[in-house]
Design a protein around this ligand. Structure first.
Ligand code: NAD
Length: 491
């Protein structure tokens, strides 16, 4: 952090050298809890992107030749450095993102888990062989890295999402150019510094700060082979279309609108606790956050009341203070948009059960919004359809499980869906018929761990192969099929 204090302009890492971006444009990076300016993030130019991609291309030619066991050892060292700096990283995440320290600590560990998974690359990259596929003929599948990978990441997980990409891509033998969120660029800088300290060679990992123009330069650069993107739906669709049109391999993870169905037979306290944490935790700024509660039958009134009480008890404040349960939103502009949507919901007929907007007046120094609950929402309303990315719950009342699943399936998004029930039959019906890629059964934030794919559906994902798990190994490698015969070796 010392370097940042001396020079508020963040630097790009290109070819192992931290250097000023070739631009005069920059954006301030405030601490969202206090408004304090932490840094200035340059909006790097196409020339910066070109330099980073060239450096990555050159480094790739050497890195691909490094034995996979040595690449794995770099992951072990990176893991040890991350573990030893876990608290520093968590505090950095909270400072630039606003989430509570508890959430930030959990995020650091989710990131470390990907490095642990990536350290298994000697096994993960294994191909396979079928001897004697025909008389005297063997067939084998061999995996190779893809080349230069660009990673473009969102503000809401400043460490975890870059870590979904960098360790797996690099351990598989690719080189990498990271374009972190311009709203939370500091954690990425630290991650990359630690990667270099762990022994990732110069040029294998590059970091270019910036915004849309920087991204577009990466998407269209002929030296980039693959693009991993995580962010909002419109940006994901743009990234997918642009990069695919330029002949690149793309995975683009997008926005969400996650529904939680509560059946009358659910464990009531368990469901309320899980929905509170999922809907209001991290200020609702998780792509797995509960946004719509679908209350089935008789449970609705008591559920709405219990959620209101749970919201009343939440301690709002600076995430760096232990005991804080709800931090700020990322920017004042984002909060203003959310407040407009709340007004729109009310104008469309929703009933305001809990108003979190009082936090704006009570905590004027940061971008706070308290837990907000809208009842009597219908699936057509804007608050039920659009991602709000805030601690706002909309409650839709349904008469049956079938009707509730119908409500979920009408959403254009399909990242996650959750059911609270004690009935195995209901849970099974939910699993079989709901159209979403990550399901929770009595689990409020059903995030798959690093060794499974993060598998959103519908407009929550563009591409074929998801982040993490074996999907990521497939995405960051390409295959050769070898068919061989040795004359005289027939049997
Ligand atoms: P965002 O789309 O504003 O930004 C994400 C990245 O894309 C940033 O690096 C940004 O610079 C870049 N970007 C933004 N607009 C662009 C454009 N028009 N063209 C090219 N690049 C662009 O997203 P955000 O607000 O930082 O993050 C929150 C969003 O990310 C939410 O919608 C959330 O649901 C989503 N998200 C999804 C997942 C998932 O796994 N599906 C995970 C985390 C976050």
């Amino acid at each position: 952090m010392g370097a940042i204090a001396q020079d508020m302009w963040l630097k790009n890492l290109i070819g192992g050298i931290w250097q000023r971006a070739q631009t005069d444009s920059a954006l301030p990076v405030p601490n969202p809890a206090t408004g304090e300016r932490l840094a200035e993030v340059p909006l790097s130019s196409a020339a910066d992107v070109d330099a980073a991609v060239r450096s990555a291309r050159e480094a790739f030619e050497r890195w691909r030749e490094v034995p996979v066991t040595e690449r794995a050892r770099v992951m072990f060292r990176w893991r040890e450095l991350l573990v030893s700096r876990a608290e520093e990283l968590a505090r950095l995440i909270t400072t630039e993102n606003g989430k509570t320290l508890e959430d930030a600590r959990a995020e650091v560990w989710r990131g470390i888990e990907v490095v642990e998974f990536a350290a298994g690359m000697p096994t993960l990259m294994q191909g396979f062989v079928t001897p004697q596929v025909s008389r005297g003929i063997d067939m084998e599948l061999v995996r190779y890295p893809v080349g230069v990978v660009a990673g473009i990441t969102p503000f809401n997980f400043p460490m975890m999402v870059p870590m979904w990409m960098m360790p797996l891509a690099i351990a598989a033998g690719n080189s990498f150019v990271l374009k972190p969120s311009e709203r939370t660029p500091l954690s990425a800088v630290r991650l990359v510094e630690l990667a270099m300290e762990a022994g990732v060679p110069e040029g294998v990992l590059n970091l270019v700060h910036g915004g849309k123009e920087t991204v577009d330069a990466l998407l269209t650069h002929p030296g980039v082979d693959a693009v991993s993107f995580v962010g909002s739906q419109p940006a994901a669709e743009h990234v997918f279309r642009t990069a695919a049109a330029c002949g690149k391999r793309v995975q683009a993870l997008a926005g969400a609108k996650n529904h939680h169905i509560v059946l009358p037979d659910a464990n009531f306290e368990g469901a309320v606790h899980a929905i509170r944490n999922s809907g209001f935790g991290s200020a609702g700024q998780r792509c797995m956050a509960c946004s719509v509660v679908v209350a089935v039958g008789s449970v609705a009134d008591s559920l709405v009341e219990a959620l209101r009480e749970a919201g009343d008890k939440m301690r709002i404040g600076n995430g760096l203070e232990e005991g804080t349960e709800l931090g700020p939103l990322i920017r004042a502009e984002h909060r203003a948009k959310v407040m407009e949507k709340i007004e729109q919901g009310l104008a469309e007929g929703a009933v305001l059960v809990r108003d979190g907007r009082d936090a704006v007046r009570r905590l004027p120094q940061g971008f706070f919004l308290g837990p907000t609950i809208l009842d009597r929402v219908t699936p057509e309303m804007t608050v039920a359809r659009e991602e709000l990315f805030a601690p706002v719950l909309s409650v839709i009342r349904a008469g049956s499980l079938e009707e509730a699943i119908g409500v979920v399936n009408r959403s254009r998004f399909g990242n996650s869906a959750v059911i609270y029930t004690e009935s195995g039959a209901a849970a099974r019906q939910f699993r079989e018929t709901v159209q979403a890629g990550m399901l929770g059964i009595n689990v409020g934030v059903p995030v798959p761990t690093a060794f499974y794919p993060f598998s959103g559906w519908k407009d929550s994902f563009y591409g074929d192969l998801h982040a993490n798990g074996r999907d990521a190994v497939e995405f960051y490698t390409r295959k050769k099929m070898v068919t061989s015969r040795w004359f005289g070796g027939d049997r």
